[in-house]
Design a protein around this ligand. Sequence first.
Ligand SMILES: Cc1cc2nc3c(=O)[nH]c(=O)nc-3n(C[C@H](O)[C@H](O)[C@H](O)COP(=O)(O)OP(=O)(O)OC[C@H]3O[C@@H](n4cnc5c(N)ncnc54)[C@H](O)[C@@H]3O)c2cc1C
Length: 430
Amino acid sequence: MSNTLDGISEIPQRLLASEALPTLILGGGFTGLFTALHLSRQHYTTPTILIDREWSFIFKPLLYEVLSGEMNMQFICHRYDSLLHKSGITFIRDEVQSIDLQQRQVRLASGLHYTYSNLVLSLGGVVSYCGVKGAKEYTLPFSTIEDAIALGKQLRDCLQRATQSEELHQKKKLLTFAILGAGRTGVELAATLADLLPDWYTSLGGEIADIRVVIIQRGKEILKSDSDRLRQTAEDALQKRSVSVEVMLETAVIQVRSNIIVIKRNDRIEEINAATIIWTTGIVTNPLIDTLSIPEGGRDQQGRLKLTDTLELLDFPEVFAGGDCAVTEHPLPLTAQVAYQQGSTIAHNLQALSEGHSPIDAEIKMRGTLMKLGLKEGVAELSNHYEMKGHLGHLIRQATYIELLPTPARNFKGTIEWISDELFQKYAGV
Ligand SMILES: Cc1cc2nc3c(=O)[nH]c(=O)nc-3n(C[C@H](O)[C@H](O)[C@H](O)COP(=O)(O)OP(=O)(O)OC[C@H]3O[C@@H](n4cnc5c(N)ncnc54)[C@H](O)[C@@H]3O)c2cc1C
C-alpha cells in the first residue's frame, strides 16, 4: 500500500512545481508502458502519470511458460514502480472510471481526478464471449497471470481426481481438455497442454492414452490470419505432441454448460463432456472506450478508436491511442509487437508537440511471428519469408522475448527490435 501513497503524494508536488497540466497514460500494457519508458528516455519535461489497475506489467506472450512451470512468475511480471523508478514518470495504481474528452478530465475509482494536457489511451481489450450462452460462466479465460495460475490449479486438480476415479464416464470427463478458438492463443495453449498434461499425468501414475485435448474452431482452418506455411507447421506440431490434439473445424460452439460444450457440426447438435473448457477467442475494446463521446465515424465496426497516421484521435489531436483499443487506416493485427512500436511513436510525438514540432507518422514493422508449439518447441517466422521450427524455433522465440522483457527505465535500451539485427543477418540475410 505504501507505494500507492508514495505515488499519489508525488503528484501534487510535481504539478505545483511545473504548474503544467500532466500528460496522462491510461493503461500500462505494451502501448502504455513503452510510451512511458520512451518518454523517460527522451527526458520529456511535461509531468507524466501512468495509471493502471494492476501493480505489475505482465509480458503476456510468455504466460504459457508460467502455466507450464518453464518460467517462474517473477520473470514475466514486473512491478511498475520498479520499472519506472527514477524515470520521472509517476505511477498510480487505480481503476480509471471515466474519461471526458471534451473537458479533458479523467476520474479514478479512488476519487482522484485529473485535467490533462495530453492523453494516451492504452487500455487494451477485454474478452468477448461472442454471445455464446454460458461461455462466461463455464469457461476459463487465459489472458492474465491470475488466469494462468487458476488454469494450472484446475489442470492438476483434474489429473489428480482422475487417478482416483473409478467411474469411466467421470474419468473421461476429467481427462478431456477443450480449447475454444484456434487463433494463436488457442493453438499455442493446445500445443502446450498436449505435452504438459501427459507429463504431469504420468508422474501421478496415469495413462497418457486416456488424455484428450480438443481444439474447436468455427471456421475452416486454424490460424486464419496467418500464412499457409505457418498454419501447416502448426497443424503438424499439434499432431506430433505427446498426445495429438484433436482439431475440430467448422464446428460452432452454441452453448456451454457446467462441464458440457454444446456444438453444432455437419448440421448436427452434439455435446462434449469436458471438466476443463478454456475460452481463447474474441477480443473487444475496453468498455471505457465505448463510453467516450466522440463524433460518429470515430470508431470501426469492433468499436476500436480510429486514429490518424500520427496515432492521434480524429478530432482530438491532444489524445493519442494505440494497441488493442485502436485502429489505423490500414488495420494491424492485435499484437504486442504492434502495440509497443506504437508506444514508441506516441512518445516521439508527445515530445515533438511539446517542442512545437509536427508529429510523425507511425511506421510499424511487422518483423515476424513467434509461436510456442509445445514444450521446448516453437516456430519463428521472420518477415514472413523464413521459418525456423522445432527446437530452433523455440530457442529463437525464447531469446527474442527475453531480450524484449522491459527493464527499468534507467537501463532501458530504447531501440527494442522484434528480432535482433543479428538474428536477421544470421538467418534471413537482410
Ligand atoms: C495469452 C496471450 C498471449 C499473447 N501472445 C502474444 C504474442 O506471442 N505476440 C504478440 O505480439 N502478442 C501476443 N498477445 C497479444 C498482446 O498481449 C496484446 O496485443 C497486447 O498486450 C496489447 O497491448 P495494449 O497496450 O493494447 O493492451 P494491454 O497490454 O492489454 O494493456 C492494457 C492495460 O490497461 C489496463 N487497464 C485496463 N482497463 C483499465 C482501467 N479501467 N483502469 C486502469 N487500468 C486499466 C490493464 O490492466 C492493462 O495493463 C498475447 C495475448 C495473450 C492474452
